[in-house]
Design a protein around this ligand. Structure first.
Ligand SMILES: Nc1nc2c(ncn2[C@@H]2O[C@H](COP(=O)(O)OP(=O)(O)O)[C@@H](O)[C@H]2O)c(=O)[nH]1
Ligand SMILES: [Mg+2]
Length: 394
């Protein structure tokens, strides 16, 4: 074993433990066996124990005498999985100079024989490798009762749908290999959040993907616990579902497209309100023109301060850019008129269907369809013009 060689890539397997006295010895023995086939790496184990009442840390002390690559971090209080991992990661980096960090359970549910494959995936360019149960070659115990299988499989499908990300198949897996610079950056962004149970796993992964890091998966078959009890019970499920919804909502609300649509919707309301007030003192044509211009001012201001806040214009740029913005809006009107014109010329105006509800009568004709298509393409043009010309990326 090469644990004395400092030129090798250093790998620290971080293993949080809470009442795992019966499991830490078989886990260490199994890992030591796999380490023999990781000759080009300097392999270490760091247990993070939260003062387990069953004396887990005493057993680990015994292991440290026998295996020089075993280390322990003792926490005074039980702080949840995320905290244990966070503290363990800092120690793995600062004290043990890890290049690659693994997340690993103490209960041998994570098959250690796939560690070399996960290391190979990192060597091939991945930033974070998931030990995955839900890709070909992976799995969960076949004798699990149906509701446990259902929760595990459907839970992960739910997360994939809500996150609208189908590239990752196992969001909640606690078996992971991560490059140290990624750990450092993600811990910085997650700093003030307390993550318990599965929200830690999902939260960390979401941030890693948002930052554009390369995530890959290696299959493994999840095994049953042979001793000790699971700490992550059904009470985590509701929490996890709520957390995912929250993460996704904030992703949507913070997206440029969402802000663009809200800005446009606000502009429409501004235009209608302005038209109402202007007509009280002005002729219709002038009032109409001024209400359009008022909406344009509103859209321009909101876009600059919110939708494109990351590309905010300098005061000196504003007159020129405002003119450009007016041209872009005029372009959108031209597009809408051209579509209506061509629609009438080539397809024609005719009724599609009538909708009668007591005294209310709605007629849908092709003209309405041309207008809706025009509005959609006009919006598309606006977004394009705003992001390519008015708020051009620097
Ligand atoms: N240090 C520490 N370890 C914990 C805590 N909660 C769970 N663990 C450990 O985290 C790992 C995963 O927990 P486990 O109960 O196996 O979750 P499951 O595999 O989802 O049932 C195990 O090694 C636990 O001992 C905690 O609050 N503190
Ligand atoms: Mg477990």
């Amino acid at each position: 074993m090469n644990f004395m060689n400092s030129t090798l890539t250093k790998v620290v397997i971080v293993i949080p433990t809470y009442n795992e006295a019966a499991n830490v010895i078989p886990t260490t023995v199994a890992l030591a066996k796999v380490f023999k086939s990781c000759q080009s790496y300097d392999m270490h184990i760091l247990f993070v124990d939260d003062n387990s009442p069953d004396g887990t840390s005493k057993v680990i002390d015994g292991l440290m005498k026998k295996y020089p690559f075993v280390h322990i971090l003792n926490n005074k209080h039980k702080g949840g999985l995320g905290h244990a991992y966070k503290k363990g990661f800092f120690v793995a980096i600062d004290k043990y100079k890890a290049d690659i960090i693994f997340q690993f359970d103490a209960d041998l549910q994570h098959d250690p024989s796939v560690i070399p494959a996960m290391l190979a995936s990192i060597a091939a360019g991945s930033d974070l490798v998931l030990g995955s149960r839900y890709i070909r070659g992976g799995g969960i115990p076949s004798h699990w009762p149906w509701y446990r299988k259902f929760l595990s499989v459907v839970g992960n499908i739910y997360i994939r749908v809500v996150m609208a990300n189908f590239k990752v198949h196992d969001w909640t897996t606690g078996y992971r290999a991560i490059r140290t610079p990624v750990v450092q950056e993600i811990l910085k962004i997650m700093n003030n959040a307390a993550f318990y149970g599965y929200t830690w796993q999902i939260g960390f992964l979401v941030k890693t993907i948002q930052k554009g890091y390369k995530v890959s998966e290696v299959p493994f078959v999840f095994r049953d616990r042979t001793s000790g009890a699971s700490k992550l019970g059904p009470e985590y499920i509701f929490n996890t579902m709520r957390y995912i919804m929250k993460v996704r909502m904030s992703e949507i609300v913070n997206s440029r497209i969402f802000k663009f649509l809200v800005t446009g919707g606000t502009g429409t309301l501004v235009q209608i309100t302005a038209l109402y007030f202007y007509r009280m003192g002005l002729g219709y044509q002038l009032a109409n023109f001024l209400s359009i211009e008022t909406a344009i001012v509103s859209n321009f201001t909101l876009s600059n301060l919110w939708t494109f806040a990351d590309r905010k214009l300098k005061v000196t740029q504003i007159p020129g850019k405002f003119l450009q913005f007016n041209l872009a809006s005029a372009g959108s009107i031209l597009i809408q008129m051209a579509i209506a014109f061509m629609g009438e010329k080539f397809i024609g105006l005719f009724t599609l269907f009538n909708f009668q509800l007591s005294t209310f009568n709605l007629t849908v004709d092709t003209g309405m369809v041309f207008s809706i298509v025009g509005i959609l393409i006009g919006m598309f043009w606006n977004f394009f013009a705003y992001s390519r010309f008015v708020w051009k990326k620097k």
